[in-house]
Design a protein around this ligand. Structure first.
Ligand SMILES: C[C@@](CO)(OP(=O)(O)O)[C@H](O)COP(=O)(O)OP(=O)(O)OC[C@H]1O[C@@H](n2ccc(N)nc2=O)[C@H](O)[C@@H]1O
Ligand SMILES: Nc1ncnc2c1ncn2[C@@H]1O[C@H](COP(=O)(O)OP(=O)(O)O)[C@@H](O)[C@H]1O
Length: 335
């Protein structure tokens, strides 16, 4: 019997998130600069004949270890894509809040795929692995190797890994689970009509928008155009951002934060309608001494604050743990 295999399922943080439009199937086209935190869940695979899952950890309480769990869904998806697998029993130590915009479940699914790939000698770039990831959830592909990059499409188009300067952050969750689908619904974009004939006039995204917030979104691209957003374009913009940050005084971290301040998260406003406590979280973070940027990750409700150095982020986390004992507060470095 082989020894147990272990992996870390790191929290994903959407440093910026732009919604470009809604596809005919209802999913939304995004462009997001994603980074990963030092904090995460832990996943172990004990090789054996049966596929199984047990869950522990401080935040594992409300999570069922049944076939709906993303760990088992990922295992089944890989078996569908790659054929019969050697498998075993997973144990998940849940440290990330559930349904919180930092992709804990997606990271667990990606971790399960990595462990099964190791056990079965499946290479990291194997198409079956990537297909299985995309089948399980929009955020799973980017969590496969958990490196900072631009993610586009609905999450299946990934830019090259980026070497961002370290971002000293505090992650905060007020303990209110937020369903991703509810936030996208609250954005209020109508699905695009499917394109029937080549060359046919294509309805603009602007025309689809059914509320003022959505209308305020800047949509330079038509969702029928392929690619919706050349990943190269997104990548160039991020590289320009990090490059300009390198030259900016006093350091790359500060420069990157300044560049990020010019972007935003298009899901923040609809998420605030779904979970009004977000307004309070963001205000509290913005008022922390040394906070350079306060923003929501993904569809919420986890928010992050960025600081110039780790002393400032550690002090802010300490103050927050004291003043808001009911909130989940984690100082971490995003990379
Ligand atoms: C918004 C993001 C940003 O990174 O993060 P989270 O807030 O979930 O962490 C992701 O796109 C979420 O990815 P993930 O959580 O894997 O989404 P899925 O399970 O595939 O989809 C959940 C639901 O969200 C909606 N959805 C999701 C992704 C997307 N690009 N467009 C959508 O409209 C769909 O209604 C879908 O049924
Ligand atoms: N292993 C898992 N960890 C977290 N959530 C899971 C897991 N398996 C299934 N889920 C379900 O997936 C949904 C998304 O969870 P999660 O990835 O934590 O949030 P988000 O997509 O907002 O980042 C939740 O509704 C949760 O019930």
């Amino acid at each position: 019997m082989s020894a147990a295999l272990t992996t870390r399922a790191r929290a994903k943080v959407n440093l910026s998130l732009k919604v470009l439009g809604r596809r005919a199937d209802g999913y939304h086209e995004l462009e997001s600069l994603v980074a990963f935190a030092g904090v995460g869940d832990e996943l172990t695979l004990e090789p054996g004949l049966e596929l199984g899952l047990s869950i522990g950890g401080p935040l594992g309480g409300g999570l069922e270890a049944d076939e709906r769990n993303l760990v088992l869904r990922a295992a089944r998806a890989l078996a569908d894509e790659a054929g019969p697998l050697r498998w075993g029993r997973f144990h998940l130590v849940k440290r990330l809040p559930v349904a919180s915009g930092i992709g804990g479940g997606s990271a667990d699914a990606a971790g399960a795929l990595r462990l099964l790939a190791r056990l079965n000698g499946i290479a990291r770039g194997e198409p079956a692995l990537l297909r299985a990831a995309a089948r399980v959830g929009a955020d799973v592909p980017v969590c496969l190797d958990s490196r900072a990059r631009v993610m586009a499409g609905i999450g299946e188009r990934l830019g090259e890994p980026l070497h961002l300067p370290p971002l000293f952050a505090v992650l905060v969750n007020p303990g209110v689970p937020v369903e991703t689908a509810a936030v996208f619904r609250a954005l209020g974009l109508q699905p695009a009509l499917p394109a029937v004939h080549e060359g046919q006039a294509k309805p603009s995204l602007r025309a689809q928008r059914s509320n003022p917030e959505a209308a305020a979104l800047d949509a330079p691209l038509d969702c029928f155009a392929e690619p919706v957003l050349g990943l190269a374009e997104g990548k160039t913009r991020v590289l320009a951002m990090t490059r300009s940050s390198v030259g900016a005084a006093p350091g790359p971290t500060t420069g990157l934060i300044a560049a990020l301040a010019e972007s935003g998260n298009d899901l923040e406003a609809p998420a605030r309608r779904v979970a009004p406590v977000l307004g309070e979280v963001l205000a509290v973070l913005a008022a922390l001494p040394g906070c350079r940027l306060a923003r929501m990750s993904g569809s919420g409700a986890t928010c992050f604050a960025l600081f110039d150095d780790c002393r400032a982020s550690a002090a802010a986390a300490k103050a927050l743990q004291k003043s808001r004992p009911g909130w989940w507060v984690k100082p971490t470095v995003l990379r």
